[in-house]
Design a protein around this ligand. Structure first.
Ligand code: FAD
Length: 391
C-alpha cells in the first residue's frame, strides 16, 4: 500500500527523459517546488533520450522550429556555463538533396528568410568539399555552420544535477501507477502518493498508457529505431572535420537518412534511417522482437553506394524509440478536460535539440504564465478532424 507524502509540490513531472528534465529544470530555476518521477533507475537506456549524441540544427522547413532554436542555442550555452560541461560541438550540418525537392526548397527558403548563416553547395562544390560522399550528379547541399553535435547523456546528467542543486527532487525507480485529476492532482507511484498544483506528463513512448485512464488517447505511433554505426575503412576520414548530415532523397527511394561524424565510437560513423517499425516500448529489446532487418538493409545500401569510405555492414547496432505524431510536430498542450495536467509528447524523432524551449513552455503552461511562443502548431485540437484523438 502506497504511503502519502504530505508536501504540496508546485508541479510533478512524469518522465526523466530530456523533455521532463528540461521542464523540471525550468520549474526549479524559477524557484518552484518540483518533483520529477522516473520509472527506471537513472541513467537508463529504455526510452528516447539516451546515447552519446544528437544533432542540433536551425535548418528546418518550418519557421516556428527555426525561431525556437534561437533560444534553444542560448539555453544550451547557459547550461554549459552553469555546469562547466561541454555539451555542444559545432561540427556543421549538411542537408543533402535535390534543388527541386519540396522539403529541400522549403528548408532553404526558411533559412534565407530568417537570416541563418549557411552556404549553398552545388554538386561540383559538394564533391570538392566532401570527396568522401559520392552522390548522383544532380544532388546539392546546404551547409549550416551552427549545426553540430549535442552530447546527450552528458546533458541528461548535467540537468539532473542542476535540478537537485536548485532544490528540485528526483525520484527514480518509481513508476507512476495512478493519476487522480483535481486540485491538487494526486499521483501514486509503486511506493507513494504525492500531490501537486499541476502535473506535466513527458512520458515519451509511454504517454498513451498514462493518458488512457484520463480519458484521452493521442494519435501517437511508437517506433523502434535501429541506430547503426559504420566502421571507417581509413580511420579519421569521417571524423572531427566531417559535419552531421541529413539526406532528403525521395527520388532514390530513400526518405530521411541522417548521420553524425565518427567521434562517439572511435572510427565509426553513426548513420540511421529516420523511420522505424511499430513497437511497444516495454518490448523494445525482447529477444523475440524482430531486428527490423529491412531498415538496416536500406541504410547498408545507402552506405555502400554513397559513403565509399565506410564498411557497408554495421559494426554496432543499438535501439531507441521514436514517438511520432501524424504530422511529426510536437504536442504541447493542456489536457482538454483537466487544465492543470499538461502534456508534452509526440517528439517524432527530433525533440532533443528543442527540449530547452519545450521545457520552458511546459513550465509556462503548468504555471499559467504568459506563453513565450504561439503553441497553435502543437495543440491537440489539430487532430480532432482526423477523429484520432479520442476524448
Ligand atoms: C535514434 C534516435 C536519434 C535521434 N536523433 C535526434 C537528433 O539528432 N536530434 C534531435 O533533436 N532529436 C533526436 N532524437 C529525438 C529525441 O531524442 C527525442 O525526441 C527525445 O529524446 C524525446 O524525449 P522524451 O523525454 O519525450 O522521451 P523519453 O526519453 O522516452 O523519456 C520519457 C521518460 O518517461 C519515463 N516514464 C514513462 N512512463 C512512466 C511512468 N509511468 N512513471 C514514471 N516514469 C515514466 C520513461 O521511463 C522515460 O525515461 C532522436 C531519437 C532517437 C531514438
Amino acid at each position: 500500500m502506497a504511503t502519502t507524502h504530505s508536501e504540496l509540490y508546485d508541479a510533478i513531472v512524469i518522465g526523466a527523459g530530456i523533455e521532463g528534465c528540461f521542464t523540471s529544470y525550468h520549474f526549479a530555476k524559477n524557484k518552484r517546488k518540483v518533483l520529477l518521477l522516473e520509472q527506471f533507475f537513472l541513467p537508463h537506456s529504455r526510452g528516447s533520450s539516451h546515447g552519446q549524441t544528437r544533432i542540433i540544427r536551425r535548418a528546418y522547413p518550418e519557421e516556428f522550429y527555426t525561431k525556437m532554436m534561437e533560444e534553444c542555442y542560448q539555453i544550451w550555452a547557459q547550461l554549459e556555463n552553469e555546469s562547466g560541461t561541454k555539451l555542444y560541438r559545432q561540427a556543421g550540418f549538411l542537408v543533402l538533396g535535390k534543388k527541386e525537392e519540396a522539403e529541400f526548397r522549403a528548408l532553404w527558403a526558411n533559412l534565407s528568410k530568417q537570416g541563418v548563416e549557411y552556404k549553398y553547395l552545388d554538386s561540383e562544390e559538394l564533391k570538392r568539399r566532401f570527396p568522401n560522399i559520392r552522390l548522383p550528379p544532380e544532388q546539392v547541399g546546404i551547409l549550416e555552420s551552427s549545426g553540430g553535435v549535442l552530447y546527450a547523456n552528458k546533458a541528461l546528467k548535467v540537468l539532473q544535477d542542476l535540478i537537485r542543486q536548485l532544490g528540485g527532487v528526483i525520484h527514480d525507480g518509481e513508476k507512476v501507477a495512478e493519476i487522480k485529476p483535481g486540485f491538487p492532482v494526486t499521483v501514486t507511484t509503486t511506493t507513494r502518493s504525492y500531490q501537486a498544483k499541476s502535473l506535466v506528463i513527458t512520458a515519451g513512448p509511454w504517454t498513451n498508457q498514462l493518458l488512457l485512464p484520463l480519458g484521452i488517447q493521442l494519435p501517437l505511433q511508437t517506433l523502434r529505431i535501429n541506430v547503426c554505426y559504420w566502421r571507417e575503412k581509413d580511420p579519421g576520414s569521417y571524423g572531427e572535420n566531417f559535419p552531421c548530415f541529413f539526406g532528403l532523397f525521395p527520388d532514390l527511394g530513400l526518405h530521411h537518412i541522417y548521420g553524425l561524424p565518427a567521434t562517439e565510437y572511435p572510427g565509426m560513423m553513426k548513420i540511421a534511417y529516420h523511420h522505424g517499425n511499430k513497437a511497444d516500448p516495454d518490448e523494445r529489446d525482447c529477444p523475440s522482437a524482430s531486428p527490423d532487418v529491412a531498415d538496416v538493409q536500406i541504410v547498408s545500401s545507402f552506405v555502400r553506394d554513397y559513403f565509399p569510405g565506410l564498411q557497408p555492414q554495421p559494426a554496432i547496432m543499438e535501439s531507441c524509440m521514436y514517438t511520432n505524431s501524424p504530422d511529426a510536430n510536437f504536442i504541447l498542450d493542456r489536457h482538454p478536460k483537466h487544465a492543470n495536467i499538461i502534456i508534452g509528447a509526440g517528439f517524432s524523432g527530433h525533440g532533443f535539440k528543442l527540449a530547452p524551449v519545450v521545457g520552458k513552455v511546459l513550465y509556462e503552461l503548468g504555471t499559467k504564465s504568459t506563453l513565450s511562443y504561439d503553441l497553435t502548431p502543437f495543440q491537440i485540437r489539430r487532430f480532432y478532424h482526423l477523429n484520432k484523438a479520442s476524448l
